[in-house]
Design a binder for this molecule. Structure first.
Ligand SMILES: [Zn+2]
Length: 499
């Protein structure tokens, strides 16, 4: 047997660390001891280090990258990921594989690869064969599902299409998807009428699955978006997880406190709602998210035409002036398709525009048009005070929301979990380390029904992270994100060292 000896054990429950020893056999935790364990064992000396359950990232966009065993998450101590978030999953293809790839690649970064998964079962089978270093669970993305049924069609589906949509959803749930995600800021999912969303949530409820949502708005319409989701959850009777909650843009910062109260009220009234947040002030997404929704109707060619044509371009500029909650100096180019424009990555739109003596909004539209809309951004969205209120809230699970871009990805992809434990807990004292560990282990496991994960307890999988609590820290920065964290000494999946 394998003996982890003399560690400070954070068991994942939120209880303070205690000195102890953990015996592991056949990939599972055999027993946990406070006193030394006699007998012949392969001993891992953990003195001076902390031992925690492997971290669980319930909001990941590594759907395709984890198949390549990319180590960005493993190096942080992550041993389980939930993918298929924000309306984007790698399945089902529904006989429209090319359209599904075009839709999915905006977030999943599949590059030129020809990927296709007909069902949740097919995707999960591939993941369990290829993702050796982490356990994979998936949601079905509503945007992908809709694209599989009706391509980029906007608005209400026909009765036959709805039948097919619900049929594929049932198949996904029966094939192992643990819930459905909606991405209501992304076309075509954003155009779905309420009846469609309600039907999806009802089926989730009937199968005991969760609905996670990237809401319609996190900025000016934050309150409406929350109410929309609470009403859907109440009516359908499904569990609701609000993804990457925050109040985006300075003028909306004062809305957050009310939202957090509202969620507690809704729970008291019987809605099973929780949320998750990543420990960063900046967000990361595709640049087309800055545009009014109508510009995305009909796909890339239509978008590029609208960016060029006088009247539609004027309308876009006017609407962005009105609706954009950030300043152009808050928005940094993160990833871009063309090589010659790579030097733009890491710089703000305002800087780049000034250099060309252009108005920032005009420059932004030209940049998008020149790259068929494929530009990703990092945008500085929220305040320190609000971030602290989120991360320490009773309903909050901490997530990475990490996604891959060609260029400079958001540092959360490489640093979320060490940053929570190092910067937020140890250095700034926002929350005790045991509570920080709980929010990335037992809490997400319980919320998403991941069995035998998230605690150091007899019978649980021996997914473990050994780290130095005095040194754990993220080294990933906005300027230089691809950095391995400090202080993570070893990571085990089912008793096998994967780092
Ligand atoms: Zn999202």
């Amino acid at each position: 047997m394998l003996l982890f000896s003399g560690a400070a054990i954070f068991d994942g429950s939120g209880a303070p660390a205690f000195p102890g020893h953990v015996l592991v056999e056949s990939g599972r935790i055999e027993s946990v001891h406070r006193a030394p364990v006699p007998g012949e064992h392969t001993v891992i000396d953990c003195r001076g280090l902390a031992l925690a359950p492997g971290f669980i990232d319930i909001h990941s966009h590594s759907d395709l990258k984890l198949l390549e065993c990319d180590h960005a998450k493993t190096e942080q101590g992550v041993t389980a990921e939930v993918v298929g978030n924000c309306g984007f999953s790698a399945f089902p293809s529904g006989g429209r594989a090319a359209a599904v790839r075009e839709y999915g690649n905006a977030i999943l970064n599949g590059g030129d690869a020809v990927w296709e998964y007909g069902s949740a079962k097919a995707y999960l089978g591939e993941a369990s064969r290829r993702a050796k270093d982490c356990a994979v669970e998936t949601l079905i993305g509503h945007g992908t599902l809709r694209t599989a049924v009706a391509g980029s069609k906007q608005g209400a589906l026909t009765a036959a299409e709805m039948d097919r949509l619900l049929g594929l959803l049932r198949e996904a749930f029966e094939g192992g998807a643990i819930g459905i995600s909606t991405g209501l800021m992304y076309a075509p999912g954003s155009s779905a009428p309420r009846e469609e969303l309600l039907a999806l949530c009802r089926m989730a409820a009937s199968k005991g699955k969760i609905h996670t949502t990237h809401m319609r708005s996190y900025s000016d319409d934050l309150h409406h978006s929350i109410e929309e989701q609470l009403a859907l959850a109440r009516e359908a009777g499904c569990r609701l997880q609000i993804s990457h909650l925050q109040a985006v843009g300075r003028r909306n910062w004062d809305k957050q406190a009310r939202v957090l109260e509202r969620l507690l009220e809704a729970r008291a009234q019987g809605v099973d709602v929780e949320f998750d947040s990543y420990p960063y002030l900046a967000g990361s997404t595709v640049m087309t998210q800055l545009l009014p929704q109508w510009t995305l109707e009909g796909g890339t060619a239509a978008l590029v035409r609208r960016l060029h044509e006088g009247p539609s371009r004027e309308r876009i500029l006017a609407e962005m002036r009105e609706a954009m909650p950030q300043r152009w100096s808050d928005i940094v180019v993160a990833g871009i398709e063309s090589r010659e424009n790579h030097p733009m990555t890491g710089r703000t739109i305002e800087d780049l525009a000034l250099e060309r003596t252009m108005a920032p909004a005009e420059f932004a539209l030209d940049l998008l048009a020149a790259h068929q809309g494929r530009v990703s951004i990092v945008s500085f969205n929220q305040s320190d005070e609000n971030l602290r209120a989120l991360l320490t809230h009773p309903l909050c699970t901490v997530i990475s929301d990490g996604f891959y871009v060609n260029g400079r990805p958001h540092p959360r992809l490489y640093g979320t979990f060490p940053s929570l434990l190092g910067e937020m807990s140890r250095e700034r004292g926002w929350l005790p380390m045991a509570d920080a560990v709980r929010r990335i282990t037992s809490k997400p496991a319980a919320r998403f029904g991941l069995k035998q994960r998230g605690l150091i307890e007899a019978g649980y999988f021996a997914d473990l992270v050994l780290f130095d609590p005095a040194a754990i820290a993220s080294r990933a920065t906005y300027e230089s994100p691809r950095q391995s964290p400090a202080g993570v000494r070893a990571v085990y999946r089912q008793g096998r060292a994967v780092l």
